[in-house]
Design a protein around this ligand. Structure first.
Ligand code: 2BA
Length: 114
């Protein structure tokens, strides 16, 4: 068994949830926040048989779209890294590409439903 953890943009989350449920994939949805953009995204948890992993990845692939977003923080410093000690504010806006989806597939040691 595998645990699929998928992080998707809020705009895609309703459609993804519908598709997963339609295809008989069980899912738990968590409200989450991206550490970089500090904006809302949605984390999906699905426990599935190994044989269903490809199908689930295909559903994500056909449902979640890449999009460009602009952020003012954190601040890039001359070394090219980002200064996470600075809170909100005075950085130059930078554009990042988000998603379609960030997906982790984990082995499940045990599954209990009690
Ligand atoms: P955020 O952390 O808000 O990141 C949003 C987007 O900003 C990322 O899109 C990426 O394009 C960019 N980004 C993030 N950190 C960056 C950095 N240090 N320097 C430059 N650009 C950076 P995605 O990669 O598609 O990630 C979308 C969301 O998925 C993330 O939102 C975060 O919530 C989650 N995520 C991505 N990779 C992760 C990981 N390795 N572990 C846990 N969560 C992850």
């Amino acid at each position: 068994m595998k645990l699929i953890v998928g992080i998707v943009d809020e705009e895609d989350s309703k459609r993804l949830e519908k598709k997963l449920v339609e295809n008989n994939i069980r899912v738990t949805k968590l409200a989450s926040t991206g550490g970089f953009l500090r904006s809302g995204n949605t984390t999906f948890l699905s426990g599935v048989e190994d044989t269903d992993v490809e199908e689930v990845l295909h559903i994500y692939d056909t449902t979640c779209s890449k999009r460009k977003m602009t952020t003012n923080s954190p601040v890039p410093n001359p070394g090219g890294r980002y200064d996470f000690s600075v809170e909100f504010g005075y950085a130059q806006p930078i554009e990042v590409e988000v998603g379609g989806a960030v997906i982790f597939v984990l082995d499940v040691d045990q599954f209990h439903k009690i």
